[in-house]
Design a protein. Structure first.
Ligand code: SDX
Length: 430
């Protein structure tokens, strides 16, 4: 006998089914609530609302667990790499040798961009933010591959493998091109023989006749950063992708919307904000303690960036892995970054401070990722773009999951708190 939940409204008892997930998370299925009671639920920010059932990622925020398709993030971080994990997130299983080879081949083959897109770059003002460029360019892919952007779900699904590898491959090329354009550097074309991350670094940092020097430590670190960002349940940007996809929009348009949602400082923009915060502390000659004091004021503009999370009320497992990688990469590169010392000091102070402990505020994925990207030479204004490259498999996987489900167009209700009915007043009487 499946569990139910009883709700008493105006002395009447209503019963609703309880949905139980694989890891025993429980939800009250309120899909018939309005029809049976006339009431809707109200949950500003959806912190208590499951918008869908999904098989892609599982997070236990209380104990700091993160799994892609059932595999622990710690296992994938040590044994897998970004492209293999991307396949897992999108298709649900770790690839065989042949499947991975085909996937890699499609990605390598799709690295270059259509000649027509070069003129887009010239049209952007030089100081354009790379996230604005990226969302525009990703959406324009639908113009160059109209057969994959028909907005006919069945036809777009038939083209998914191609559209997915085009997105995964070109997001890297477009990101590197926005960097080169901003710095007035000639575009560097992808090299088919280079693996995913090194090809990106080649397109970012090579010179016309001097190739970027491949460094296995950096390649590994970048693989790890992207892998750790690959998916994260119904975060703000992934929910946006599902929202846009639910109306039948194609994968390119949905991914472009995901980029826009990710840009905000409370979400993907936090990795840039962390570095700006650490630089500010460094410049002030502070050891972080007065900054922590200000962060406790409750003033949202003084928050400890890279700390806290809507779901993790424990240490973000990704931050744990990145903290370790941070030290390894800096040591191997012989780089000593004062910002890492400040970050470690901030963590030390905050994780022993009652204000943060009481609110279960711990370092999240953004707290250390920026220090590694800085050491690799990626400019701060590209950090959120790196997050978008990493999150692309998740957005694709959730688009595919929604497109193959019976989920209707997403259309939440609201509670109207505006003006009651009133008569129109002509302008000469106002
Ligand atoms: C990402 O959802 C995802 O999965 C996102 C992500 C992903 O992979 O997609 O994990 C990526 O977005 C990580 C989060 C990156 N953002 C930041 O690091 C920005 C700094 N963090 C905060 O703005 C905040 O912690 C949020 C937005 C992340 C979470 O906010 P919540 O859970 O809604 O917390 P809240 O705003 O309700 O605050 C609860 C309390 C408040 O104090 P009181 O009113 O109870 O006194 O905690 C305080 C807040 O003032 N608080 C902080 C704080 N975060 C919350 N105080 C100081 N510094 C902080 N960072």
């Amino acid at each position: 006998m499946s569990e139910t939940a009883k709700i008493i409204i105006e002395n009447k008892t209503f019963e609703f089914p309880v949905v139980v997930g694989t890891e025993n998370e429980k939800a009250i299925d309120t899909s018939k609530l309005r029809d049976t009671t006339g009431y809707v639920t109200y949950d500003d920010g959806y912190g208590n609302t499951a918008s869908c059932e999904s098989s892609i990622t599982f997070i236990d925020g209380e104990t700091g667990i993160l799994r892609y398709r059932g595999y622990d993030i710690q296992d994938l971080a040590v044994q897998s790499n970004f492209i293999e994990s991307a396949y897992l997130v999108i298709y649900g299983e770790l690839p065989t040798v042949q499947q991975l080879q085909n996937f890699r081949h499609l990605i390598l083959r799709n690295a270059a961009i259509h000649q027509g897109m070069f003129s887009f770059f010239e049209a952007f003002p030089n100081n354009s933010h790379p996230m604005a460029i990226l969302s525009a360019m990703l959406n324009s892919l639908g113009c160059y591959y109209p057969e994959m952007a028909t907005n006919n779900r069945q036809r777009d699904l038939e083209q998914l493998d191609n559209a997915a590898t085009i997105l995964l491959s070109k997001v890297r090329t477009l990101a590197a091109m926005s960097y080169r354009m901003k710095h007035g550097l000639p575009f560097i074309h992808p090299k088919p023989e280079l693996p995913y991350c090194s090809n990106f670094l080649h397109m970012m940092f090579s010179e016309p006749y001097v190739d970027y020097k491949f460094n296995p430590v950096i390649d590994r670190a970048l693989n790890l950063i992207l892998l750790l960002h690959a998916d994260h349940e119904q975060n703000c940007s992934t929910s946006t992708v599902r929202m846009v996809a639910s109306g039948g929009a194609n994968l390119f348009a949905s991914a472009s919307a995901g980029v826009c949602a990710l840009w905000g400082p409370a979400h993907g923009g936090a990795n840039m904000a962390v570095i700006h915060m650490l630089e500010e502390i460094h410049k002030a000659g502070d050891d972080g303690s007065s900054f922590v004091a200000a962060a406790k004021s409750g003033d949202k503009t003084k928050r400890l960036m890279g700390f806290g999370h809507r779901v993790y009320k424990n240490y973000d497992p990704r931050a744990k892995i990145l903290k370790k990688t941070c030290a390894e990469v800096l040591n191997t590169l012989g780089v000593s970054d004062p910002l890492l010392d400040i970050a470690l000091k901030l963590e030390e102070i905050a994780t022993h401070d009652e204000y943060f402990l009481a609110r279960k505020l711990y370092p999240n994925v953004d707290f250390y990722s920026g220090i590694i990207m800085r050491a690799i030479g990626i400019p701060v204004d590209m950090f959120t773009v790196m997050f978008a490259i990493g999150r692309m498999p998740g957005w694709i996987g959730h688009w595919r999951e929604l497109a193959t489900s019976k989920s209707p167009i997403h259309r939440p209700r609201q509670i109207y708190i505006g003006s009651p009915r009133r008569e129109y007043v002509p302008i000469d009487k106002r």
